[in-house]
Design a protein around this ligand. Structure first.
Ligand SMILES: [Zn+2]
Ligand SMILES: [Zn+2]
Length: 300
């Protein structure tokens, strides 16, 4: 199970009732934070997420609304007792910006390891049994989208094992993916499970103008978190120039990528009532949520 919380939904600057866009993804007792703008640690607290679970941070890019909350968050992590290494991932060259921000939090009780991913092509790494991929976005400066894929083992079927006469002592071997022999017959793990399970996939993309490469990157997402600066299509051209998207573009992306659910986020401060566009955006992709801060889902 993966727990996903959208910590904030704003773009550019935090508002009294809207924190900046960032996502908290929790699995197996560990959490990953994507982006950390001004006030993100306050929003984490408000949504009752446990900072002590934070294991890695992924940065999309170095615009202030995505990274300027980092020093305060690192200090709070130190105050809540973190001593093991914190890994921060981002695009090529991001170390420089992060180290400069860390000038104001120099004495942390844990090490910070900065991992630079490719800025001109995708990268992959594994965190907490989850395959994480990055995709260079189109935002005028280096910017990465991220996807998280959890491949799941099939569920063990005890009654199948019993029917095949497999002694309980041998179940552990089958759990570990090994075949066993019963009365001269080979029993494979596939013979005692309920078949394959679909992976769980979460994709997070902001900030970027639309391009076709987003479709394959987001393909078959259980949850697509994607930006929408405005709900009105009249802003498409202007947003395209600025390296952003509007609601309908994200909805078309969700549909084209066969995603199961879409959460819109990263609203312009000028967009005071994003939910006004719920109906129109659902006419393109029905399972769209015009997200509010603290949007939460448990993916099973
Ligand atoms: Zn932004
Ligand atoms: Zn930006």
């Amino acid at each position: 199970m993966i727990d996903v919380t959208l910590i904030g939904t704003g773009g550019m600057l935090p508002l009294p009732d809207r924190w900046l866009t960032s996502m908290w993804l929790e699995y197996n007792g560990k959490a990953c934070l994507v982006d950390c703008g001004e006030g993100t640690q306050i929003a984490i607290n408000k949504h009752r997420l446990k900072l002590s679970k934070l294991d890695i941070i992924l940065m999309t890019h170095v615009h202030a609304d995505h990274i300027s909350g980092l020093p305060g968050l690192l200090l709070s992590l130190g105050n809540c007792g973190k001593t093991d290494t914190l890994k921060i991932y981002g695009h090529k060259g991001i170390s420089n910006t992060i180290r400069q921000l860390m000038c104001i939090c120099p004495l942390l009780p844990f090490d910070v390891e900065i991992c630079e991913l490719q800025s001109d092509r995708g990268s992959e790494f594994v965190w907490n049994d989850i395959n994480v991929s990055s995709l260079p976005l189109r935002h005028g400066i280096d910017c990465l989208g991220y996807s998280f894929v959890l491949n799941r083992k099939p569920i063990f079927a005890p009654e199948k094992a019993r029917t095949l006469g497999v002694d309980v002592k041998l179940w552990r071997e089958l759990h570990a993916g090994k075949s066993v022999t019963v009365a001269g017959e080979t029993i494979t793990p596939e013979m005692v499970t309920y078949g394959t399970r679909q992976p769980i996939k979460v994709t997070y993309m902001t900030d970027s103008r639309y391009f076709d490469g987003m479709i394959s990157f987001a393909k078959n997402s259980d949850l697509l978190v994607s930006e929408g600066m405005y709900g009105d299509d009249e802003y498409i051209e202007k947003m395209n120039e600025k390296g952003h998207m509007v609601f309908s573009q994200s909805a078309k992306l969700a549909k084209a990528s066969d995603s199961k659910a879409l959460w819109l986020t990263h609203y312009s401060p000028a967009l005071t009532r994003p939910s006004d566009y719920t109906e129109s955006v659902r006419s393109i992709f029905s399972n769209t949520t015009v997200s509010s801060d603290g949007e939460y889902i448990k993916l099973k």
